[in-house]
Design a protein around this ligand. Structure first.
Ligand code: HPA
Length: 286
């Protein structure tokens, strides 16, 4: 059966879809994750550290298409990381692929349904702060949703979250502190800043990079903000890290390439994996 990626999925449609997704996962594993981690472009390596993993390709979950972005495998994994039960999304569903926002956010909501109270979002991003070179790791302190869409458009599902969610502490302060603690313990430098999410799939123009910098952005990418909105709507705690794979368009006077993004992810990915692994290990039980 082909999937109509762009078919509108409103918040009110999500409880039923999540019921079906939860049942499909539960038919394969009883594991109850404490944390759900979304691995962005080139960051899939952390999945190799999972023990006793059950892997479910996106296309085998009801209503999900196969992931298509290069560098994204497209699997939901459930297993243990240093003994802590976790869910991982190796790859994600992007809006620029034509996926409706109500589809893009299903993975994080599903991880919540399965038991995760904490969600960690990672992504590859361009640097807006001129000091952020390739390989910079940035804890997401806040975000700006410039995609022009929201997953909460349409009739609400009050059983999941409120109609008008507060976004003051979208990126849970205590988890940001824990990320910094984990990085210090691992000897990894972590910056902190504001992530701007655009629809993509074009990289930005140099004029857009200057504008976004002026608006208070520190890194820019094509994911994360819709998932963040949905996770907080559903009452999940949220942390995130951007891997800056390149200075923003125009800073270097050279074109950007997806290959360069993936290469920087491969180089810096293991550093981020170490931080996340310790973060998960040190996370207190709920
Ligand atoms: N812009 C948007 N998304 C990105 C970039 C960028 O420069 N690099 C990696 N993902």
């Amino acid at each position: 059966m082909s999937i109509d990626h762009a078919r509108p999925i409103h918040p009110a449609d999500l409880p039923e879809r999540l019921d079906a997704l939860e049942a499909a996962v539960r038919a394969r594993t009883p594991l109850v994750p404490r944390v759900g981690i979304v691995l962005g472009s080139g960051l899939g390596g952390l999945a190799d550290d999972l023990a006793d993993a059950t892997a479910i390709p996106f296309a085998e979950l009801p209503g999900w298409p196969a992931a298509t972005a290069p560098g994204h495998v497209g699997r939901l994994l459930l297993g243990t990381l240093d003994g802590v039960p976790v869910a991982m999304l190796q790859g994600r569903l992007h809006a620029y692929e034509g996926n409706h926002p109500g589809l893009v956010v299903q993975p994080v909501l599903l991880m919540g349904r399965l038991g995760a109270r904490t969600i960690v979002l990672t992504n590859a991003a361009g640097g807006l702060d001129p000091a952020f070179g390739a390989g910079t790791l940035m804890v997401i302190a806040d975000h700006i949703n410039m995609t022009g869409v929201t997953p909460l458009h349409g009739p609400n599902a009050d059983a999941i979250g409120p109609r008008f969610p507060d976004q003051t502490d979208t990126w849970t302060p205590a988890l940001r502190a824990r990320l910094h603690d984990a990085a210090r313990a691992e000897g990894v430098v972590l910056e902190e800043g504001v992530y701007v999410g655009l629809l993509g799939p074009t990289y930005e123009t140099p004029a857009e990079v200057r504008m976004l910098r002026g608006w208070g952005g520190d890194a820019v990418g094509m994911s994360t903000v819709l998932e963040a909105i949905a996770a907080r709507w559903a009452g999940l705690r949220l942390a995130g890290v951007s891997l800056v794979t390149n200075p923003g368009a125009g800073y270097l006077g050279e074109p950007l390439s997806h290959e360069e993004v993936l290469q920087a992810g491969r180089e810096a990915g293991p550093r981020l994996a170490r931080v996340l692994r310790r973060f998960v290990r040190d996370l207190p039980a709920d």
